[in-house]
Design a protein around this ligand. Structure first.
Ligand code: FE
Ligand code: FE
Ligand code: ZN
Length: 283
């Protein structure tokens, strides 16, 4: 199986790949810039080239870039939406330096405007970005399944489907994907502990299983349906180790890259990567 974790991007691409190898990871996730927003560091072409060569040689990838948390395409204030649009555009341009990467973002929070308005704002932004990009990005863009905290959009599969439909119907050739966060879907009410197969059947019916491109592997501090979004270490939360054994062996998930976002330091991540791999049969 392919497993890795979220890493600090402060040392650049090559440093992240080296760190990944040092903890037994095959993949990694990183923030494109400060998670609370702000400008990204300029692309260091020498670092990117060294990374690409190193990643190829060590079998690292696909890498998953995570948009900042402050990116809210469904915000009420124009300045919030403009920040979301210009940031995603800039991120996608930068990711062209590392072809084949994936880009994950939280669809947004409608902040009281209602889910319908939120969905329209999010797909509207995506359409304008793809339009302005001028060609199909080499990056696969993923909507993350959300816990439904506050006014988060993407709290169920239907909302994701609606964003996908409204985007793809207005722009030719674009195909959006989904990143399934185990903590978020659990907190959102989906019973991945007792009925993982049923949840994936539902995902397939509503969104289409071929849209699923990545898994955020996180246990949850809270009970199912809590809409809290508090990540816990694997096996230490309400999802539990038995469920993760099913998750990593599920035929519809096991070929996907798994990215840990648990409250761990590097040593902790190294142990959790080994744990996930030991749970995966045949490894
Ligand atoms: Fe996320
Ligand atoms: Fe996540
Ligand atoms: Zn989360």
């Amino acid at each position: 199986m392919k497993a890795g974790c979220h890493l600090s991007s402060s040392g650049g691409y090559l440093a992240m790949a080296q760190t990944a190898v040092s903890i037994g990871a095959d993949v990694f996730q990183f923030f494109t810039r400060n998670p609370r927003g702000g400008a990204a560091k300029p692309i260091d072409k020498a670092d990117v080239d060294a990374f690409l060569e190193y990643a190829e040689r060590n079998g690292i990838g696909p890498i998953l870039a995570h948009a900042p948390y402050t990116l809210n395409a469904a915000g009420e204030e124009p300045r919030v939406r403009e920040f979301a649009e210009s940031t995603m555009m800039d991120d996608l341009k930068r990711l062209e330096f590392t072809p084949g990467a994936m880009y994950n973002f939280h669809p947004g929070s409608h902040v009281g405007q209602g889910v319908e308005k939120g969905i329209e704002l999010i797909s509207g932004m995506l359409v304008r970005i793809f339009d302005a990009f001028g060609r199909i990005p080499s990056t696969t863009i993923l909507l993350e399944t959300m816990a439904g905290k506050g006014s988060e959009v993407g709290r169920d599969f239907e909302e994701l489907r609606e964003i996908i439909d409204r985007t793809e119907s207005r722009i030719k050739g674009v195909r959006l994907g989904v990143c399934l966060d185990t903590c978020h879907v659990w907190d959102g009410g989906y019973d991945i502990v007792n009925d993982l197969g049923g949840v994936l059947d539902e995902f397939d019916n509503v969104v289409g299983i071929d849209r699923l491109k990545a898994v955020h592997a996180n246990d949850s501090m809270n009970v199912r349906g809590s809409h809290k979004d508090r990540h816990e270490k694997i096996g230490k939360g309400k999802i539990g180790i038995d469920a993760f054994a099913h998750i990593v062996n599920e035929p519809r998930l096991r070929e996907l890259p798994f990215y840990l976002e648990t409250p761990c330091d590097l040593q902790g991540y190294k142990e959790e990567i080994a744990l996930l791999k030991s749970l995966a049969q045949g490894d």
